[in-house]
Design a protein around this ligand. Sequence first.
Ligand code: NAI
Ligand code: PYR
Length: 355
Amino acid sequence: MSFLRNLVSTIPRFARVGPPTIQRCLRTPFAYQRSVLPSKFYHHGSPGAHSRIAVVGTGNVGASIAYALVLKDVANEILLVDANRSLAKGQRLDLDDASLFSATHVKDVTLQEAGKADVIVITAGARQKENESRADLIDRNYQVLESIISAMQPIQKDAIMLLVANPVDVLTYFAQELSGLPRNQVIGSGTYLDSSRLRGFLSEVLEVNNESIHSPVLGEHGDSQFISWNTANIAGQPILSFPRVANLDKELVREKIAGKAMDIIKLKGSTYFGIATCTASLCETIIKNRRDIRPLSVYVDRLGAVMSMPAKLGWYGVEEIYELNGDPGEEQKLVDIAQEFKKTCKKYEHPNRTE
Ligand SMILES: NC(=O)C1=CN([C@@H]2O[C@H](COP(=O)(O)OP(=O)(O)OC[C@H]3O[C@@H](n4cnc5c(N)ncnc54)[C@H](O)[C@@H]3O)[C@@H](O)[C@H]2O)C=CC1
Ligand SMILES: CC(=O)C(=O)O
């Protein structure tokens, strides 16, 4: 065997690249895959685990997510779909060129086929222009979402649907209403991106790697988001006990983080690298059942609203939502955000909800 391996390693890599299925078998041994993945990731009697992520909407955000997924080698297949079919095809051809170092196979498909994926990422829809808020997109993007979900039916019953299009909290709620999937399988990227922006900022203030900083931004992925200073910590020490953080103007920091998207939009028209990194990481969390805790758009029963709260994510979607530590100011913010959310959604209330 070792003689064969040595022999194979002398063949240039480009000459060893075979059809995608063969590459997949070579890269990830069958026994390993069987021990790690649940039955829902087995399809078509394929000789190993077979995970598929659909990306609906292949504009700036969708294409960047697909690119990040290819580089991370998260799934066997990425399925691309866009109302503009030539755009999806063009992105697929371009991504083919990027998959040289990845076992991921990229396809352009129909919405019906996307509905059979294990993870369905929805980025389709309008984006903000300068000085437009995320909430201003609601009328346009509700229509887009409704048409996409109806064209994807019947959606695979174990699928996890991950909303990215804005306003993400409101669209997540509508997707929960319209998709027929259990609520815990329909989530939004929420304030994961805002939290990563805050970690980046605090990492410079404290000169600590951002992965060691736990500082969630919660509530709305929008103007009313807030920083949970009372739960934030480094190495278990409250973050407010660090003088460099204690001395910051907290409202100024909040505005800086909440306003970063518009700062970028004013300079280059849209944001996509940050959300692509966050979304690819969420897909990996789902497919590998990592049970990471992330600030995500989830339905919070006691408040009757979708908003960003720390949530445990894995194969089966959201398994648990974590409450804050009882600070009355932060609780009031959640209540206010829930009230605004309900006012917005009333206009679109769907009569067919069964759960
Ligand atoms: N949640 C977050 O943190 C972030 C969310 N976004 C949101 O992501 C969304 C997409 O942004 P971009 O990619 O920059 O916009 P884009 O305009 O580059 O791409 C949107 C794509 O959606 C497609 N589309 C529209 N209707 C469709 C339909 N019915 N079926 C299939 N495809 C359809 C369009 O053809 C277009 O290719 C926006 O709503 C934006 O606000 C953007 C950045 C961060
Ligand atoms: C556009 C957007 O939602 C963001 O970059 O946060």
